[in-house]
Design a protein around this ligand. Sequence first.
Ligand SMILES: NC(=O)c1ccc[n+]([C@@H]2O[C@H](COP(=O)([O-])OP(=O)(O)OC[C@H]3O[C@@H](n4cnc5c(N)ncnc54)[C@H](O)[C@@H]3O)[C@@H](O)[C@H]2O)c1
Length: 276
Amino acid sequence: MTDWGSSTSLITGAGQGMGKGLTLAALAAGGDVVGWDLDQTALTDLIAAADGLPGSLRVAAVDVSDRQAVVAAAAHTGPIDILVNNAGVTGRNLLIDEDPTVIERVMGVNAMALFWTTQAFLPGMLARNRGHLVTLASAAGLVPLARGVAYTASKHAAVGFHEALRQELRQSSPAVQSTLVTPFFVNTGMFAGASTRFPWLLPTVEPDAAVAAIILAVERDRRRLIMPSIAAAAYLYQLMPTTISDFLLDQLGISAAMTGFHGRSVEPGATPARGA
Ligand SMILES: NC(=O)c1ccc[n+]([C@@H]2O[C@H](COP(=O)([O-])OP(=O)(O)OC[C@H]3O[C@@H](n4cnc5c(N)ncnc54)[C@H](O)[C@@H]3O)[C@@H](O)[C@H]2O)c1
């Protein structure tokens, strides 16, 4: 069992969406939280939203894709019991039209940052023989999302990162737990406009429900959480002949899911200042 209330958690991308919800839930449980985000304004709003909750909150403006910024911020952070790698970004175009800076940003935030934050905080967990690593990957780490080539690649990397690390820890440090979270669409605004053909079959998850499910899964040391539960069928994707998997992606509307996308995506040329 992992107890948010007696733990210090570090949550990346804490300024909005699921990261904000997880931060407030951990604080409500009485836990201490360190919230990192690029967006200083969102962090200021987070501090206001946390007012009156029993846990204590510290925030820092950190670009998690910047290894040196992560190392510098971690040096001021102290021991962390639960590391939630949640920060994420996406592009919006077909690969041939995608700006290279967007691709670098998506891979940097969704994939490379996992290495930098984990290398910063896992040694402390191993030394204390306690800890929990949480990776917010995506169902796009299991099945492909057209108009999301970089996002799909980055989330496949996140799934591979998490699963390989779990194998290392299972052998060397079984006290350190891990939870891999692979949601389908969650209604945070990140994927606004994206949709599937049968929302009754493959519904968009509401953020509060997603946060509650993640909080519970971590408490119970569940190794995997996929939302909604029907999306667990994504684990069958690699087993199917491509004619069948392509047919199912078309029929379910996943192939065209990003057609109406107008959510948050990285702006071309976006290069945040180090540690900004
Ligand atoms: N919303 C969905 O439909 C969905 C589905 C599957 C997986 N996910 C994943 O879940 C996670 C959270 O998604 P969300 O919908 O809450 O996102 P969101 O866009 O609502 O919030 C993401 C947060 O990450 C922060 N962030 C972005 N780049 C950063 C960086 N370089 N350093 C630090 N912070 C940074 C943003 O400022 C923002 O506060 C992401 O990893 C996302 O890929 C989301």
